[in-house]
Design a binder for this molecule. Structure first.
Ligand SMILES: [Zn+2]
Length: 408
């Protein structure tokens, strides 16, 4: 397809988003007004699924055994790549939309409004996938396990980044930390702490030795490691030797392999703590492991060009690794994936804050969401029209570790 045809389709995509801007923003605001935490996003997923259906997408809802997940599909005229846009919509407990996922949800509708009418002229399949519970719960991991991501060639998303608008175009930009959630339950033997302490086995001591053991480990871990935990149960009364005590830890590292190395070290410490206190420990991993993000810089460069084409002001920034964790990482291990980061505030603000809650329903936040949604739609269009772009992204993905980490 000639360049001017690509430009014409791009113009149509952006115009469609402008035409339906009021509806897209209203969806963002309604989700903002009714924040729902992970796996409980019944209103958000229903509103978005219904809107996608109205705009010509074939919607399957629910999917993958998750009540609040859906897949909306629009097939093109022939065979070609499947490009998926991922929509998150969960809120933060107690805070509301402090991560602005209401705007991500709306970007799914914006992308559909832009691309669904064009698919009759394109080879391939366009999808919007509703992915619950990003803020803990690993909805995307559960959908991967259910096979929902099996036949997708590239995945695109948007996410606010406070006052910054950019897409990572070089390593280590937009990488993140892999994360494992470990819960420890110690069991001992209760006894009166004053009259016959020698008959007890102190489960709280097991937890305390776990903490001190992990603190000793800190000297011997890579600088990218993060290990942080809380005591969730420490006993019931000072005069009773606790027969059960529990702790919850997050372990993070720059890559999935080193994360598992750390998990094994912590597991040994936990078992050692049980041995020294004559207690037993049960270790569980209640939510799926988040892999580190391996961004596609090939797609990122095109996405950022498209941001400029959509009229966004891109913030210059050096490529730095992220210290957050997300289930988008697991998606990025499977296929080329890129996230368009966009400013929702002109002033610097913090993540997961009341400032984000306010910015997520501000005029500026709305306009930025519409702009980055246009850039995402243009990038999807490029993936349909430019087989070389997808081939380069797939080649980068296949060799990501050797290219950027010097390890296979
Ligand atoms: Zn988020």
């Amino acid at each position: 397809m000639a360049d001017h045809e690509r430009d014409e389709l791009g113009r149509q995509a952006m115009t469609a988003i402008d035409t339906h801007a009021a509806e897209i923003v209203a969806l963002a605001d309604e989700i903002h007004q009714h924040p729902e935490i992970g796996f409980q996003e019944r209103l958000a997923s229903r509103l978005l699924a219904e809107a996608l259906s109205r705009h010509g997408m074939d919607v399957e809802y629910p999917i993958g055994g998750l009540e609040t997940a859906f897949r909306a599909t629009r097939r093109g005229r022939g065979t070609g790549p499947t490009v998926a846009v991922l929509a998150e919509y969960d809120a933060l407990p107690g805070l509301g939309h402090g991560c602005a996922h209401n705007l991500i949800a709306a970007s799914g509708l914006a992308a559909a409004v832009a691309l669904a009418p064009l698919m009759d002229q394109l080879d391939g399949t366009f999808q919007v996938i509703g992915t619950p519970a990003e803020e803990g719960g690993g909805g995307k991991v559960k959908l991967i396990d259910a096979g929902i991501f099996a036949n997708i060639d590239a995945a695109l998303m948007i996410h606010h980044d406070r006052h910054i608008t950019a897409v990572a175009d070089a390593y280590p930009g937009d990488t993140s930390l892999a994360l494992a959630d470990l819960k420890f339950a110690y069991r001992g033997r209760a006894t009166h702490a004053g009259s016959n302490p020698h008959e007890g086995a102190n489960a709280l001591n097991g937890v305390i030795k776990l903490f001190t053991g992990i603190d000793a480990l800190r000297q011997h871990v890579r600088s990218d490691a993060r290990i942080h935990g809380i005591i969730t149960h420490g006993g019931d009364a000072p005069n009773v030797v606790p027969d059960h005590a529990a702790a919850d830890f997050f372990i993070r590292a720059a890559d999935r392999d080193y994360l598992e190395t750390l998990v094994e070290k912590v597991r040994k410490i936990a078992e050692g703590a049980a041995l020294m206190t004559e207690t037993t420990v049960t270790i569980t991993r209640p939510s799926p492991t988040n892999y580190d993000v391996r961004p596609s810089y090939v797609l990122g460069r095109r996405y950022e060009d498209n941001m400029r084409a959509a009229g966004l002001e891109v913030t210059p920034r050096p490529p730095t690794p992220g210290t957050f964790s997300t289930d988008f990482g697991n998606v990025s291990y499977l296929m080329p994936a890129a996230t368009g980061s966009f400013a929702i505030s002109r002033e610097p603000i913090a993540h997961h804050s009341t400032e984000v809650v306010a910015a997520a329903r501000s005029d500026f936040g709305h306009q930025q969401m519409l702009g980055v949604s246009k850039a995402m739609a243009l990038t999807a269009l490029d993936l349909f029209l430019d087989p070389d772009l997808l081939a380069r992204a797939k080649d980068e993905h296949a060799h990501w570790a050797e290219r950027y980490l010097d390890t296979p």
